[in-house]
Design a protein around this ligand. Structure first.
Ligand code: HEM
Length: 318
């Protein structure tokens, strides 16, 4: 009997993906900013409330989507790991808005959004590849540079980087998207896949690209603080409903624009958190902090990102 050739399973000792994503993000920042988030480092904390619409309970039995209002803790942010990045810097253009909804009995869930409707890559491992390609690229390199090569091979990333990301007039005139699909299940046991978005009551309003150069570094955060001091800033939380067969695993691929939108309720941002810069260090959000009636889809980013944030949060407590 011939001996079966057993190739040695010589796998290179690689880091688990969440740790590799975190470490590569830290490396990309070039230096450490102790106490700050490695991404979305510049931000501000606010309080508010969420009042669900009657339609919300028809879609989901999740406690925050029934009739009882929740209190909200919200954090607005600019992209990138530099805590004092200017709001008009190109690197800050992907802005974040993260929420914790808390019911009177302490039940809580998180929702994390950015101001673009789709993500830059299809899969978490591609995000690692994108960061590695960007970090390996030097201006004096011959073409194709690693980043040019990555973009050549990833059509969705090309689409993302070439899509204009205009600077809003205000955080109160920007739309935000949770990107990933979630599954809502109502009291009758009926399930739908949805994607959440936030639509500003003030309408969307952007700045002409040629008008942003001389703006103060904190223009958006200062404007929001002044605006909220004068009265609540409101948004509508909206669910886009998937049709049967729409894919739910790839946040770089939008669903067709004709998918119905259902209003889930009103978000009111009512006041800045006192001593927010200190308070925000003890605050973290998780894409997988869900409730019965609000479940994760098969989008692998939801779990991988949650694992990354579970590494990042304790690392910034020191
Ligand atoms: C694999 C892809 C991603 C990685 C590795 C990643 C990593 C990170 C990390 C490490 C932080 C800092 C967390 C902390 O210290 O608490 C962060 C913050 C954030 N991320 Fe991501 N992220 C990814 C994708 C996304 C996507 C798709 C969204 C869109 C919803 C998003 C939205 C945010 C927001 C809004 C924050 C700020 C949270 C806050 O204000 O505390 N991220 N990200």
């Amino acid at each position: 009997q011939p001996a079966l050739a057993q190739p040695a399973l010589a796998q290179p000792a690689t880091e688990p993906l969440p740790q590799a994503l975190y470490d590569t993000m830290v490396k990309g920042n070039g230096r450490l900013y102790p106490g700050y988030r490695v991404n979305h480092a510049k931000g501000a904390l606010y309080e508010g409330s969420f009042t669900p619409s009657p339609e919300a309970a028809r879609l989901s039995k999740a406690p925050h989507l029934q009739s009882t209002p929740s209190t909200l803790l919200l954090r607005y942010s600019d992209a990138g790991g530099i805590p004092d990045v200017a709001d008009n810097a190109a690197s800050a253009a992907v802005r974040g808005l993260a929420f914790t909804f808390t019911l009177p009995d302490g039940t809580a869930t998180d929702l994390m959004m950015i101001n673009v409707p789709v993500f830059v890559v299809r899969r978490p491992e591609d995000f690692l590849g994108l960061m590695q390609a960007a970090q390996a690229t030097r201006p004096d390199m011959p073409q194709p540079t690693p980043i040019a090569q990555f973009l050549a091979e990833h059509e969705e990333a090309r689409r993302f980087v070439t899509t204009a990301k205009p600077m809003p007039q205000s955080f109160a005139t920007e739309q935000f998207y949770a990107l990933h699909a979630y599954r809502l299940t109502n009291a009758a046991g009926e399930s739908r896949f949805v994607r959440f978005r936030l639509v500003p009551e003030a309408g969307t309003a952007y700045r002409a690209p040629e008008s942003t150069a001389g703006l103060p570094a904190d223009v958006l955060f200062d404007e929001l603080r002044t605006r909220v001091a004068m009265g609540p800033v409101r948004y509508r939380l909206v669910a886009q409903l998937a049709a049967a067969g729409d894919q739910t695993a790839d946040p770089s691929e939008p669903w067709p624009a004709d998918r119905p939108l259902v209003e889930l309720g009103t978000v009111s941002v009512t006041q800045a958190v006192p001593d927010g810069p200190v308070a925000e260090r003890k605050v973290g959000f998780l894409p997988n902090r869900v409730l019965p009636g609000l479940d994760l889809s098969d989008d692998p980013f939801l779990t991988i990102r949650s694992d990354v944030y579970a590494i990042a949060f304790p690392a910034r407590q020191q």
